[in-house]
Design a protein around this ligand. Structure first.
Ligand SMILES: Nc1ncnc2c1ncn2[C@@H]1O[C@H](COP(=O)(O)OP(=O)(O)OP(=O)(O)O)[C@@H](O)[C@H]1O
Ligand SMILES: [Mg+2]
Length: 429
C-alpha cells in the first residue's frame, strides 16, 4: 500500500464514543487545514454515558478502529490524542495574579500567572485536564489577549479550568495503553469538536456548541474568542432509541434502525399518512405505524434535552451573549426537524455542523459523528504549529514525552503479527 508522503507530521485522533470508536490519521495542509490519510471506525462496546464501564470490550473496539485506520493510511500508529466526556467532568473560571519581574511581560510571567490561576482547590479524586486562558489584565488595563512584551508591574489572568475524575482518566489511559499506544494528550470532547466545527466569527460573536452523541450531550460556550463555560448532560441518542423501544415494544436494534431511518424531532413536520413497519418482540406480527406517531414518541425527549441545554446556558450567565446562536453536532443532531425544534426552544439561530477544513477523505468525515475525531486532529496540529509539547499550551498534565504519532509501514510489513507484536512492545516498554 502506498504510504503518505510525509509521516513525521502526522497526528492521530481517537474518539472513544459511547456509540462508536473512531481513529483518524491526518496531517496539516499549507492553508491551515487537515489532510485525512486514514480513518477507522468500530461500534463501541464497553462505554456508557461517555465513560469506560468495560475495559476489555473498549480495548477491542479501539484495536479494531486503529487497525482499520493504519491499513487505510498505510502506517503504524504509536500514539493518539484522546477525547474524554462524562458527568464526572467539572469546569470553572478562575483568576491568578503575579508581579511582572522585569516590568515587561515575558513568557515565564505568563506561565507563572497561569499556574497561579490553576492553583485552586480541586476536589479529591479530580485531575486538571485543561487550563484555557481567556484574557489577561496588566495593571488597570483589562481585555488583553496577548500580553507578551507589554509593560507593567502586575499581570492578571482569567482562565477556564476543566477537571475530570482521576479514575475515568486512568481507565481511558489504561485502555489506550493496552492497545500498545501512548497517550499524547486527553482532551475534553466538546473542546475538540468546537475546533472542527466553529468559525472564527462565531467564537468572536459568541456561540454555544452542543455535541449530542449516543451517551452524552457536551456543551461549550465561547465569547470574544475564548471558551467561557463547559458542561456535560448525560442524556443523548441512546435515550431516544430507548424511548422508541419502550413505546413501540420493539427490540433496541430495531428501534435504532427505525429512529435513524424514519424519526422526526418535530411532530408537525412528520406525515400522518406515511406508514412504517415496526417489528415486534417475540413471534408477534409486525405492526404499521405512521411517521407522525413515531415523531410523537421522539419529540418530548429532544424537547427535554434542548430545555436542559437552555437551562444550563441560562445558569452559566452567557445566554444573552451568544449572538451567533447554537451550533449542533454529533450523530443525534442529524435527525430531521432538529433545527426547527431547537430554534423554537432556544429562540436563537441554530445550525447543524460537520467538520470543516478537511481534505482527503472529506466526503466521509464531513459528518457530525466525526466532529470530535477531526477536532482532536485540529487541536493536535494547532499545538504542533505553535511548537508546544502535548497539553503544554493549555497547561494540562502530560503523561509522556512526545514522539512521532505514526511511522511509515513498509509494503512488505503489512499487518504481520510480528510487526504488531513489535509495536506493542514498543508501546509498553
Ligand atoms: N440520522 C440520524 N438520526 C438520528 N439519530 C442518529 C442519526 N445518525 C446517528 N444517530 C444517533 O447518533 C448517536 C451516535 O452519535 P455519535 O457517533 O456522535 O455518538 P458517540 O460519539 O459515539 O457518543 P458520545 O459522544 O455520547 O459518547 C446514536 O445514538 C445514533 O442513534
Ligand atoms: Mg461523541
Amino acid at each position: 500500500m502506498a504510504g503518505p508522503s510525509n509521516v513525521s507530521n502526522m497526528v492521530v485522533g481517537l474518539d472513544i464514543g459511547t456509540s462508536k470508536v473512531v481513529a483518524i490519521v491526518g496531517q496539516p495542509t499549507d492553508d491551515g487545514g487537515i489532510e485525512i490519510a486514514g480513518i477507522g471506525s468500530h461500534p463501541s462496546r464497553g462505554m456508557k454515558k461517555g465513560v469506560v464501564i468495560n475495559i476489555e470490550s473498549t480495548v477491542q473496539s479501539i484495536q479494531r478502529a486503529v487497525e482499520e485506520a493504519e491499513l487505510m493510511a498505510g502506517c503504524d500508529i504509536h500514539s493518539v490524542y484522546v477525547g474524554i466526556a462524562g458527568s464526572h467532568i467539572s469546569s470553572m473560571n478562575s483568576d491568578g495574579v503575579v508581579a511582572i519581574k522585569e516590568r515587561e511581560v515575558a513568557s515565564a510571567d505568563i506561565d507563572r500567572v497561569i499556574d497561579s490561576a490553576r492553583a485552586r482547590a480541586i476536589s479529591e479524586g479530580q485531575r486538571v485536564l485543561h487550563v484555557l486562558p481567556q484574557e489577561f489584565a496588566i495593571d488597570t488595563q483589562g481585555g488583553i489577549r496577548e500580553p507578551l512584551g507589554m509593560s507593567g508591574v502586575r499581570l492578571e489572568a482569567r482562565v477556564h479550568l476543566v477537571t475530570a475524575a482521576l479514575n475515568a482518566v486512568q481507565n481511558i489511559e489504561k485502555c489506550v495503553r493496552r492497545c500498545g499506544l501512548d497517550v499524547d494528550a486527553i482532551i475534553l470532547e466538546q473542546l475538540a469538536s468546537s475546533h472542527a466545527v466553529l468559525t472564527e466569527d462565531e467564537r468572536e460573536l459568541g456561540v454555544c456548541v452542543v455535541d449530542i452523541g449516543g451517551g452524552t450531550t457536551d456543551i461549550a460556550v465561547f465569547t470574544e474568542g475564548a471558551i467561557r463555560h463547559t458542561a456535560v448532560i448525560p442524556i443523548a441518542g441512546d435515550q431516544v432509541t430507548n424511548d422508541i423501544a419502550m413505546a413501540l415494544r420493539t427490540p433496541t436494534q430495531h428501534a435504532e434502525e427505525i429512529k435513524v431511518k424514519y424519526a422526526c424531532a418535530l411532530t408537525q413536520m412528520a406525515s400522518g399518512d406515511e406508514m412504517i413497519k415496526v417489528p415486534s418482540v417475540g413471534d408477534r406480527a409486525a405492526r404499521d405505524l405512521s411517521r407522525q406517531s413515531l415523531a410523537e414518541v421522539v419529540e418530548p425527549r429532544y424537547e427535554e434535552l434542548f430545555t436542559l441545554v437552555r437551562d444550563e446556558l441560562r445558569r452559566s450567565g452567557y445566554e444573552d451573549l451568544v449572538a451567533a446562536g447554537v451550533v449542533l453536532t454529533g450523530g443525534t443532531a442529524r435527525m430531521e426537524g432538529v433545527v426547527e425544534l431547537a430554534e423554537e426552544i432556544f429562540h436563537m439561530p441554530v445550525r447543524i455542523a460537520c467538520p470543516q477544513n478537511v481534505r482527503g477523505l472529506a466526503d466521509v468525515v464531513r459528518n457530525p459523528i466525526y466532529s470530535t475525531g477531526v477536532g482532536l486532529l485540529h487541536y493536535a496540529l494547532n499545538e504542533n504549529r505553535q511548537g508546544l509539547g502535548p497539553q503544554e499550551q493549555d497547561g494540562g498534565l502530560s503523561a509522556q514525552p512526545r514522539r512521532n504519532d505514526v511511522s511509515r509501514r513498509g509494503p512488505e510489513e503489512g499487518t504481520s503479527a510480528l510487526v504488531k507484536l513489535k509495536s506493542w512492545f514498543k508501546g509498553n516498554f
